[in-house]
Design a protein around this ligand. Structure first.
Ligand code: NAD
Ligand code: 3PG
Length: 626
């Protein structure tokens, strides 16, 4: 199964050193969906450079076992049934979303899996879709043995997914951040009103045969102060609705823009101000290490006596034992909770059983409308990721808009090839500590999003010298882990702003080179490339200008600049049946030293390389795999 599934683009599984075609495929992540038997390309624009790149891909990937289709949208017919990815759905998902998934892959809906069952299934799955009930732990990523490419969270909160582990394993995590906002906000308002008027308690009492009108006298909302803690999507919708109920609303959120609050008529205030002035406090922040148990004994003590708390965010933001104490002491008059530290909470939970507490079993997102919306939102995000498109809702990878991707496509290929070349020029490549990338462009530096390019340079540098598999998700993490510092410089040049980048230069500091001529006077290994007609070209090695397209393999020679050198080396290669695809000579000063760059289709054997080395005028040479 693993070998026949469509190769998702985020995690190209390439063993080092990759062949040129696999390298090309894996570099061209965002547009190319490949598997062992078919390839399908997605064109998003008609730009000449991109069609050139695609022509190039077609050429590069041509093989007797490869069928290629070219379409404006992903051509699903090109993906044979045996190569369909497998998507495990571990919690109930709306039918609309399942339909989207089924039209793309094999869908396995297995609900209520134990952690062990999940771990044993996961190595057969390319994607996993969860809600809040499935813990996607490090063990899950380990058990997947590299097959799991994307985890889709059908909802907002991703605290049940080990993001660090996902990133380390190069697995993309996407969520569905918008479709359940209104449902959650409506549930918060429902709990607010139900709590204030004792609806749940009165209902239970009547069903118990009682008629207790005096016991269930409530409190009014109008004119009361509501503190919205966490003024994001749900928080601001709650604020809007509470204003409609005649409440005075303040909000606390260290990251919320003041103009959004102003537009809704809400004052942004400090944490202490919010909790000490509010009659009602509604929680809407994510559960993170910073918000874990942020409502605790100390904070309850600062609240107005008789405050009422609503939590539709995450149980973990409240210290539940401290809340029970505050309820017992009357500091907190009532609480309405949809979420709990442990879900489901223990049956004998004092919090759940407390008479002043109203509870629902994590129903915030559970409306028909929200569940259908979330299902479709997550299914589309997961399918997009499996196709290799970057998701707009990626949680652990940069979000690169499609138009930026389209423009950068040929430069992505160039970036990886430059990284791959640069590392091969280092003598003993594994000690690289510092890489500088210089992007020359006519555009304003602020308009150049280099994250994708940097990731591909990192990939090119690290993959040939390690077992790591690098993609956009884990590039920065892996570089950091390996102690590799990648700095970037953007230089504005006088050129056409039509293309995002004019040239990319990769410099490696403090390393000896296998090819001395690749060193600048400042002793950095330096190579530079450009995209010409959609094809990546090597344009500079050290301080020598060359111009060779980065296809196949490359021999770089430094020789005394004299007639007949091209012929002599060409003859040696010809005698050994190595096809030369191109040659370029670059020199600094006439008749002194020159660099010859020779593109070869095959890898020359030792004998032919030795013969090249024996040519008297050749001072040094290196064979490089692209
Ligand atoms: N009960 C449910 O079924 C349900 C449904 C939807 C969302 N949620 C939960 O609600 C929460 C909010 O969801 P959202 O869609 O509004 O997310 P969001 O990202 O749009 O908003 C969260 C806000 O919290 C703010 N925040 C972060 N740290 C904070 C802090 N220390 N103090 C105050 N504010 C802080 C952020 O700046 C952000 O504005 C999430 O935890 C989510 O999982 C629960
Ligand atoms: O974070 C969320 O989106 C909500 O908590 C919804 O969770 P659920 O998908 O488990 O209902």
């Amino acid at each position: 199964m693993a070998s026949t599934s469509a190769k998702p683009i985020f995690t190209p599984r390439v063993t080092s050193p990759p062949s040129s075609s696999s390298s090309f495929r894996s570099s061209f992540l965002p547009f190319l969906n490949t598997n062992t038997s078919s390839i399908s390309l997605k064109l998003s624009h008609n730009s000449p450079s991109q069609s050139q790149v695609i022509t190039n891909i077609l050429k590069t990937l041509e093989s007797p076992n490869t069928s290629i289709s070219k379409s404006r949208d992903l051509d699903l017919s090109a993906v044979s049934s045996t190569s369909k990815p497998t998507i495990l759905v571990s919690e109930k998902l709306g039918e609309g979303g399942l339909d989207v998934l089924r039209s793309f892959g094999n869908v396995d809906c297995s609900y209520n899996l134990s952690p062990e069952e999940l771990c044993s299934k996961i190595s057969l799955c390319d994607a996993l879709i969860v809600r809040s009930g499935t813990k996607v732990t490090r063990q899950v990523f380990e058990a997947s043995k590299g097959r799991l490419k994307v985890v889709g969270r059908a909802g907002v909160g991703i605290d049940n997914v080990d993001l660090q582990a996902a990133t380390e394993f190069g697995c993309l995590v996407v969520n569905a951040p918008t479709a359940n906002t209104i449902a959650a906000a409506e549930h918060a308002i429902a709990l607010l009103a139900a709590m204030a008027r004792n609806v749940a308690q009165a209902d239970a009492s009547m069903k118990d045969g009682k008629w207790q009108r005096n016991k269930y006298v409530g409190v009014s909302l109008v004119g009361k102060t509501l503190a919205v803690m966490g003024f994001g999507k749900v928080g601001s919708e709650v604020a809007r609705r509470a204003k409609g109920l005649g409440m005075h609303v303040v909000a606390h959120d260290p990251y919320a823009p003041a103009d959004r609050a102003r537009a809704i008529g809400v004052d942004l205030v400090s944490f202490d101000q919010a909790i000490s002035t509010a009659d009602f406090i509604s929680l809407h922040m994510p559960l993170t290490p910073a918000t874990d148990k942020m409502f605790n004994e100390e904070t309850f003590a600062k609240m107005k006596k008789g405050v009422r708390i609503i939590n539709v965010a995450r149980g973990g933001v409240i210290d539940e034992d401290a809340l029970v104490k505050a309820l017992d002491a009357g500091v907190v008059a009532q609480a309405a909770l949809d979420v709990f530290t442990e879900e489901p909470p223990p049956k004998d939970s004092r919090l759940v059983q407390h008479e002043n507490v109203t509870v629902t079993p994590h129903l915030g997102a559970s409306t028909k409308e929200a569940q259908e919306g979330v299902a479709i939102e997550i299914a589309e995000a997961v399918v997009g990721a499996l196709r290799g498109e970057l998701s707009a809702t990626a949680v652990n990878a940069p979000m690169v808009p499609p138009e930026v991707l389209s423009e950068l496509a040929p430069f992505v290929v160039l970036a990886e090839k430059l990284g791959r070349l640069a590392v091969q020029l280092v003598a003993g490549g594994s000690g690289i500590k510092s890489v500088k990338v210089v992007y020359r462009s006519a555009r304003d530096p602020d308009d150049l999003d280099t994250r994708l390019l940097r990731a591909m340079i990192t990939k090119g540098i690290i993959e040939p010298i390690s077992n790591s598999i690098i993609n956009l998700v884990n590039a920065d993490f892996t570089a950091k882990e390996k102690g590799l510092r990648i700095s970037e410089e953007r230089v504005v040049i006088d050129s056409s702003p039509e293309y995002p980048v004019d040239s990319i230069q990769v410099q490696i500091s403090n390393m000896e080179s296998k090819f001395e001529s690749a060193l600048l006077e400042t002793r950095e290994i330096s190579i530079e490339g450009k995209v010409k007609d959609g094809i990546p070209h090597l344009t500079c090695v050290g301080s020598f200008s060359v111009d060779v397209s980065l296809e196949g393999n490359l021999i770089l020679c430094r020789q005394v600049d004299q007639p007949g050198m091209i012929g002599r080396v060409g003859n040696i290669l010809g005698e050994h049946n190595v096809n030369v695809s191109f040659m370029s000579v670059g020199r600094t000063v006439r008749r002194t030293k020159a660099i010859m760059a020779i593109g070869v289709d095959e890898e020359p054997d030792k004998e032919s390389l030795n013969k090249i080395g024996e040519v008297p005028a050749i001072e040094e040479f290196v064979f490089l795999k692209l």
